[in-house]
Structures are given as structure tokens and as C-alpha cells.
Write a protein of this length. Structure first.
Length: 540
């Protein structure tokens, strides 16, 4: 009878060994935070008021301010002559967008996201009251009191939905960890970048240099530009379950796993592979997609995390954080409540010639008849910049679904879709005394199923949005003489502040931020992605 191998001696090894916290914090106060003695030693007592105050401040700051490390990366793209002209243009717009958002009036992005909270409560921390309720109240107040968009849809039936009008419920995940501190990561995650998260179940055959690189080239190229690059991209290999893999993807894109060691161990600790991170950035350059409109600045930074795995499973998670990189750390200690210090002077990252980078492009008067607009676009090479001035109609998912139903029921496409270019977007709340709330483009591909039918009826012949689209849309442009243009995703505050002069509701007012609107734009920059001959920027 064969003797079983000796079972190793028990040694506990923490899975995520993230090292020292190097975050720079600001002190928000000590109210509702105290230290009390118990039979086992001192415990930190946190009242609900502290949690509410922290969540309110965190979700407010993260909507208007960015990390200085990220702004420095953007500044590098804007100043790098080795990047494409379009890359430098996009980076310059994003930097100016951060300056405009600094006032706390227009948020960085019109999609102010799903509020997400990761909490790590020490075993010697006691909270009084319901901590999730207290955090939710702070999130509620942040979305109520700021010009943020309310995007959460509650299902009334399997197919009928209604906006909660509070942006709640939030995603709140709380872990119990050793210690006497309560640590947090707050995030505002937009739908465009969340939709680019992918999960794959592979085999051990993937775990070779050649196979891994082929896999990453395919998946990174497949992300496209709809999630608002330049990206912070994370790849997680392994995991004890699919859920553990995707959670690590989310934490990696936020920077929470940056302190992991750079080598593994027999005990199964997670680690970063910095060599492969460099390969991911290189693969991003090789896509040629750039910072939305062609170039090399597609992936700004990368994280490649290796986790332990079950012998039968090779889980692969790929996810991004968009250029509206809205994450912020926080902690509660015996000294009080602390919040990560975000950049309050983004102007220092401007090179001084951003207006020059924004200049240029063929001026297009979009108040002319549609045939004249299309003639003015005809012959301009894809990838070229144009500058739009005049009237556009804004419509996105719900409006398209309703219009589609009207056509199925025997009606025609609305005349406003025949007379004007259509802008795929949905604004944030409008500030008092401002013509518009933050108003950047949404991911155009969600409207792809509707385009052929609309173009058949002479509607949606000039479309403005962001990201790559299907071959069906490209074929419709070729067949019907249509155009698809892209403006800069992630520059919603700048677009509202500098380029939109008026907004009025035109149709479907009950749809809230998804109502059809008429807007007037002035010198709105855009790039030709599909032309009327079927040429595509992405072919290059």
C-alpha cells in the first residue's frame, strides 16, 4: 500500500499582501469616532454619522477631482511628440476638462456612475447602527446635492423598469480584516467602461508566453474605444472562483493592488507581473486605436495580477478604468476620518498650448439642410477633425426603442432625426444659470440595431457619439450616404462649458435624462470615423 505524501505543516499566508499604505490623506474630523476599552483591549467605535459624512464627501470629490498621478500621465501624452496628433488632442481636452470640473459644478463625466464601496473593517472596529444604510445615506446626499446623473433603473417586472431617482442602491461590499482601522475604496463606475469587462474560462494551454500574448492581443484589441481610452487596463489570471477573479479585476483597475509583491510563493499569494504589464501597454500601442481616434496612447497603464487557481480552471478577467478615473481611498482610525487627497490644481499639468491643440479642423455648419451637411463632409478623409456648429438632436437607448416601436406600428421616423445630426448622449443634471449639465457622448454601439432601419427612412444620416460600431452601421453609411463622427469621450464638462449654448427637451420628456433633446453647439470638435463610402478610421 502506497504511503500518502506528508501533509505540509499549516502556515497561513495572506492572499493579497499589498504592503504599506502610501496614500496621502486629508483629515475630515473626528466626530462620531471614539476608542473604548473592552475585556479584550481597546476597540474603535464608529458611529453612522461618520460613515455618512465620509461617503458624501468621497462621492462628491471623486466626481470632480482626479489623482495627480493620472493627470501626470495624461500630461505626458499631451506633450509627447511620438504620439499621434489625435492622441495629443484628446489628452489636452481631458486635461482642460479636469480644470473645468474643478469648480465642483460640472462633473468630469456625464455618466456619474454606479456608486461602489469596498470596505475593509478591522476586527477591533465596532459600528453602531447599520453601516450599509449609513454609507447609502451619504451617497444619496452626494447625488442629491450635486449636478450628478441618476442612472440606476429598478425592475418593476422582468421587462419594465423605473429610475430610482436617487442613484441608489449602491454596491457596498464589506470584508472583515485584522486590526483596528476601517479602510475604504469609493468608486464611481460608468456604464461604458463597466460594459468592457470580460471574463473567460481557458485551459492550461494558455499559460505559455506565445499563447498568452496571442490571447491578450485579441482581447485588448477587442475592447475598442467605446470605454473612453486612454485606459487603465487590468488582466487577472487565475482565482479561486469566477467572482474572485472579477473582484480582483475591479480592485486592480482602482490601484488598490499596486502594492502586491512581484513574485509568487508556494503558499499561493497574489502577485503583480510587471514585465507583462509592460507587454500590455505595448500591445495597446500596437492596436493603433490610440486615445480614441488613432495613435499609440491606447493603454495608459496596466496591471497584470496572477492568482492561484484550481487545477481544472484557468480564469481570465480583463477590465478597464476609463479616462474619468474616479476612485478614492479613505480610512477611519482612532485619529478620526481621512480621505485621499485628490488634485485641486490640475492646471499645473497643462503645457500652455492646449488652445493650439484644440484649434483646427474643417468647419461644418450643421444648421443647413441634411443633404448639404453630407456634401460638406464628403471627401474628408476618415480620422480627420471637423468642427460642428448648429443644431443637433440628442437621443439614446430608451428614445431609440420607442421610435423603433412607432415605426413597427406603422409610423415614420421623426422629422427631427431627418433634419439634424443625432448625438448619442444623456446629460448630467443642469446647474442653475448654466445652459447645460455635463454632456459627453455615450457608447454609440448600443444604438447599432436601429441604424439601418432609420437610414432606410432618411433619418440618422449623420451620427455623433463615441467608440467603434458594427459592420451593419458601416454598410448602412455606404448604402445611404451616411456618416458616423466621434467626439471626445470623457470630456463632458468641457463640452458643456465650451461647446453647448442651449438645451431644450424635444420628445419623451418622461424619460428623464434619456429624453430626446435639441441642443445648439458651437465649434464642437469631432472626428470622421465612418464616411459615406464605407471607409473606417479603424481600418487604419
Amino acid at each position: 500500500m502506497m504511503k500518502e505524501p506528508d501533509h505540509p505543516k499549516f502556515v497561513y499566508e495572506e492572499l493579497f499582501q499589498t504592503g504599506d499604505d502610501l496614500t496621502e490623506y486629508i483629515h475630515l474630523g473626528s466626530e462620531s469616532v471614539s476608542v473604548e476599552s473592552s475585556a479584550g483591549g481597546d476597540v474603535l467605535v464608529v458611529g453612522p454619522e461618520a460613515l455618512t459624512m465620509l461617503a458624501r464627501r468621497a462621492m462628491t470629490d471623486v466626481s470632480f477631482f482626479l489623482r495627480p498621478s493620472y493627470l501626470e500621465e495624461l500630461s505626458g501624452v499631451a506633450a509627447d511628440p511620438a504620439t499621434s496628433e489625435n492622441d495629443r488632442f484628446v489628452a489636452a481636452m481631458l486635461l482642460k476638462n479636469a480644470v473645468i470640473a474643478l469648480d465642483g459644478v460640472l462633473p468630469l463625466c456625464q455618466d456619474t456612475g454606479t456608486a461602489t464601496v469596498f470596505g475593509f473593517r478591522g476586527s477591533r472596529v465596532i459600528t453602531t447602527g447599520d453601516e450599509r444604510e449609513a454609507l447609502s445615506l451619504g451617497i444619496y446626499e452626494a447625488y442629491r446635492d450635486n449636478n450628478l446623473r441618476l442612472s440606476q433603473l429598478a425592475p418593476k417586472t422582468m421587462f419594465d423598469e423605473v429610475n430610482t431617482k436617487t442613484n441608489l442602491p449602491a454596491q457596498i461590499d464589506i470584508d472583515l480584516v485584522p486590526g483596528d482601522e476601517y479602510r475604504f475604496l469609493f468608486s464611481a463606475k460608468g456604464g461604458g467602461s463597466s460594459n468592457k469587462t470580460s471574463f473567460f474560462v481557458e485551459t492550461k494551454a494558455l499559460l505559455t508566453e506565445k499563447a498568452m500574448r496571442k490571447f491578450l492581443m485579441e482581447k485588448i484589441g477587442g475592447i475598442g474605444t467605446g470605454g473612453c481610452p486612454p485606459y487603465h487596463l487590468a488582466v487577472v489570471v487565475g482565482g479561486t472562483s469566477p467572482e474572485a477573479n472579477l473582484r480582483a479585476v475591479k480592485l486592480a483597475t482602482s490601484g488598490l493592488l499596486d502594492g502586491l509583491p512581484e513574485s509568487g510563493s508556494a503558499g499561493g499569494r497574489a502577485f503583480r507581473d510587471t514585465r507583462w504589464e509592460g507587454e500590455i501597454v505595448k500591445i495597446g500601442r500596437e492596436t493603433g486605436l490610440g486615445a480614441q481616434y488613432g495613435g499609440t496612447a491606447h493603454v495608459l497603464s496596466a496591471r497584470m495580477i496572477r492568482l492561484l487557481r484550481h487545477g481544472a480552471s484557468v480564469f481570465m478577467g480583463v477590465g478597464i478604468a476609463c479616462n474619468a478615473h474616479r476612485v478614492i481611498a479613505a480610512k477611519i482610525t482612532r485619529e478620526g476620518v481621512f480621505l485621499e487627497k485628490l488634485e485641486k490644481n490640475p492646471g499645473r499639468f497643462l503645457a500652455g498650448d492646449e488652445d493650439g491643440k484644440e484649434a483646427g479642423g474643417t468647419a461644418i455648419d450643421i444648421d443647413r439642410p441634411m443633404d448639404e451637411i453630407r456634401r460638406s463632409l464628403h471627401g474628408i478623409p476618415v480620422g480627420s477633425r471637423v468642427v460642428l456648429s448648429g443644431t443637433m438632436v440628442v437621443a439614446r437607448d430608451i428614445a431609440h426603442a420607442r421610435i423603433q416601436k412607432q415605426m413597427i406600428d406603422g409610423g415614420d421616423a421623426p422629422q427631427y432625426l431627418k433634419d439634424h445630426p443625432i448625438y448619442y448622449a444623456g446629460p448630467a443634471k443642469k446647474p442653475v444659470d448654466s445652459p447645460s449639465g455635463s454632456f459627453g457622448p455615450t457608447t454609440s454601439s448600443r444604438m447599432d440595431p436601429y441604424v439601418p432601419g432609420l437610414m432606410e427612412r432618411g433619418a440618422s444620416l449623420v451620427m455623433v457619439g463615441k467608440g467603434n460600431r458594427s459592420e451593419a452601421v458601416r454598410a448602412a453609411c455606404r448604402k445611404h450616404g451616411g456618416f458616423y463622427l466621434g467626439t471626445v469621450g470623457g470630456a463632458a464638462a468641457l463640452i458643456a462649458h465650451d461647446h453647448i449654448t442651449s438645451v431644450r427637451t424635444l420628445d419623451f420628456a418622461d424619460a428623464g435624462m434619456e429624453a430626446v433633446r435639441e441642443i445648439i453647439v458651437r465649434d464642437l470638435p469631432a472626428f470622421i470615423i465612418f464616411d459615406d463610402r464605407g471607409n473606417s478610421l479603424f481600418d487604419r
